[in-house]
Design a protein around this ligand. Structure first.
Ligand SMILES: CC(=O)SCCNC(=O)CCNC(=O)[C@H](O)C(C)(C)COP(=O)(O)OP(=O)(O)OC[C@H]1O[C@@H](n2cnc3c(N)ncnc32)[C@H](O)[C@@H]1OP(=O)(O)O
Ligand SMILES: CC(C)C(=O)C(=O)O
Length: 568
């Protein structure tokens, strides 16, 4: 069967809500919301292989360590593991962490759920019930009034078993109610149910009731969801006794946008999972939301510095890989292969470090091409940022050589080296590793090998017999044979070139000379780069590294001789 030519015979467009005075489009996010991690509940229930007790434990402690203060740990009435894990969380949670658990609106399940929370410092009982026409009619066969009555009755039961029970007074009890699926429910009916639930729970300003407004299935554009949230937030009574929570799923790929617009529209709290695990396409990704805030200068109050260790836990316990392109965390998102990106990033880093140096290392605004946040803020190192394949340019390979060998190649040498890199990348057809690039550099410029190359520098002496003239005598080994050459010039390099031309018959016209020190202490070495023009107009490069700067430049000339020897 082909796809439908006219899908409207099967699918209706989602009806927008009438909200001509909407305020959210002019608002700006200014602070982090309350976060609720539902990794161990919604995330876990959607896994092919749910987490083991040990995996839940490791995940839970990671969530606590990085700063989540509200964690939905289980559906305790679902299984013994869930019940036992809730007990573990209750007994091991720090006092400032609230343990949340979920239950259907069924008495026996609620009793078991509350039992699992006995002795918690702070706990949230979370009930959900179908309110949308589709869910009520198809799944439950309940009328609107019947659904509302169930919600009220079960809320009263939770109240009786928790905050009204004197034997439970050691716990700070909270209550969350989710009309499912909020985003597909008539907004006035949602309000009617939530008003009735609120009256049954009787929240206070200090301990508000949480109304979680899930996009159980994401069905509309995020602006429509934001309108729905603003409508709820501006029509619910005693707003100060209500915490509005969002629970967006990602069926249309817009959960992050829906959460952000929903916060502009009045939401106080967001429920989601690290890297967007959860039913079908997942819950909203808490990492993206947190780091989106961070990139706008707002602390998410969650510590993502060691993002790699978070990824390790997520991948190990979910048994699902974090995709390479996942915002912030994906292995490919803080790196660039393409030449123009690498060039811009390299220049950006230079500019940034200059600004840091000028300002004494403080308060420099991050403005780097292609990198929305500083990778080091999430524990990423430079190695990951620039990676080399056949799409790369000179800037990228020069960056790798700088970061791995400390060699700051002059621009024309970058061009020269990138030709060798390009040839190697095309031949290999795959990415070149940093180690491969360093070896290629050494081979291209005949430096750093254990086995001797054709030309070796054995010794030299420079004398200055009359003003402005330097004489040089150089002991070489050429393919194992000792040879001494001599020449003169107005400096040591020109004297060396003169000796090479006179005694070896090789004309080297030095056109480029660059040097810098390697390292900062007094034992540091010098790196010199010499570009010489041959008779046919071609430029050949040599690289020399030595403690003594003169010897480093002679080694550069030897590097040129080797270059000519092997490439002729
Ligand atoms: C949107 C969400 O993510 S909601 C959370 C979903 N998570 C889970 O379901 C994971 C844990 N669930 C479970 O382990 C099981 O479903 C249990 C233990 C809760 C219940 O198991 P069972 O009693 O066998 O019921 P089952 O799994 O078939 O659930 C369907 C029944 O629950 C009812 N139900 C579903 N949601 C609710 C609700 N919120 N309140 C009351 N009843 C509900 C359905 O109407 C159906 O009842 P029926 O059998 O009378 O038609
Ligand atoms: C229980 C509710 C909040 C839920 O998971 C959903 O609607 O997706």
């Amino acid at each position: 069967m082909p796809m439908l030519e006219d899908p409207s015979v099967k699918y209706d467009a989602f009806p927008p809500i009438h909200l001509p005075n909407r305020q959210w489009p002019s608002k700006v996010l200014k602070k982090a919301p309350r976060w609720l991690s539902t990794d161990l509940r919604d995330g876990n229930q959607s896994l092919p292989d749910p987490m083991t007790f040990e995996e839940k434990k490791a995940y839970f402690h990671k969530l606590v360590d990085i700063g989540y203060k509200e964690i939905e740990v289980a559906f305790p009435s679902a299984s013994q593991v869930d019940f036992d894990f809730t007990r573990y969380a209750v007994e091991n949670a720090p006092e400032d962490v609230t343990i949340q658990v979920l239950s259907q609106c069924r008495e026996e399940l609620i009793r078991r759920t509350v039992e699992s929370l006995k002795g918690a410092h702070s706990a949230t009982v979370h009930l959900y019930l179908a309110t949308s026409d589709c869910f009520r009619n198809v799944v439950f066969g309940l009328s609107q009034e019947e659904s509302k009555q169930v919600a009220v009755k079960m809320t009263k039961l939770v109240r009786e078993l928790t905050k009204n029970d004197p034997s439970q007074s050691a716990t700070n009890w909270h209550y969350e109610f989710s009309p499912e699926t909020f985003s597909d429910t008539n907004p006035d009916y949602v309000l009617e149910v939530c008003e009735a639930v609120k009256a049954a729970w009787e929240p206070s300003v200090e301990n508000p009731i949480i109304f979680n407004l899930p996009a159980t299935v994401e069905m509309s554009t995020p602006n429509v969801y934001a309108d729905q949230i603003e409508y709820f937030a501006t029509h619910i009574s005693e707003r100060e006794k209500v915490c509005i929570s969002l629970h967006p799923h990602n069926d249309r790929g817009c959960a992050v946008a829906a959460s952000e617009l929903g916060q502009l529209a009045g939401a106080d709290r967001i429920e989601g999972c690290l890297f967007g695990n959860g039913e079908r396409t997942g819950n909203v990704d808490l990492v993206t939301l947190g780091l989106n805030l961070y990139s706008q200068g707002i602390s998410p109050k969650i510590d993502f510095l060691d993002l790699n260790s978070i990824i390790d836990i997520v991948e190990r316990c979910n048994k699902i890989r974090v995709p390479e392109r996942a915002p912030y965390g994906g292995s490919l998102v803080v790196c660039a292969f393409s030449g123009s990106h690498q060039d811009a990033i390299k220049k950006g880093f230079n500019n940034y470090s200059n600004q840091l140096a000028e300002s004494g290392n403080k308060n420099v605004k991050w403005k780097l091409p292609y990198l929305p946040i500083d990778p080091t803020d999430i524990g990423r190192t430079y190695e990951a940022i620039i990676r080399i394949n056949s799409q790369s340019g000179k800037g990228g390979s020069a960056w790798v050589i700088l970061k791995n060998m400390g060699l700051d190649l002059p621009r024309p040498l970058q061009v020269d080296y990138s030709k060798a890199v390009q040839a190697q990348a095309e031949e290999k057809g795959l990415e070149l590793t940093n180690a491969e690039l360093c070896v290629l550099f050494e081979k291209t410029y005949y430096v750093g090998s254990e086995t001797p190359y054709a030309y070796e520098l054995v010794d030299y002496s420079v004398t200055s017999a009359k003003a402005g003239v330097r004489s040089i005598s150089v002991d070489l080994r050429i393919e194992g044979q000792a040879k001494t050459i001599a020449g003169a010039g107005n400096g040591p390099i020109s004297a060396f070139s003169n000796a090479v031309e006179k005694d070896l018959g090789i004309s080297i016209d030095v056109k480029h000379y660059h040097e810098h020190s390697l390292g900062e202490d007094s034992n540091s070495k010098a790196a010199t780069y010499i570009g010489a023009v041959l008779k046919d107009g071609l430029t050949v490069w040599g690289v020399g590294i030595h403690e003594d700067v003169s010897q480093a430049s002679f080694l550069s000339l030897i590097s040129i001789l080797n270059n000519l020897h092997y490439k002729k």
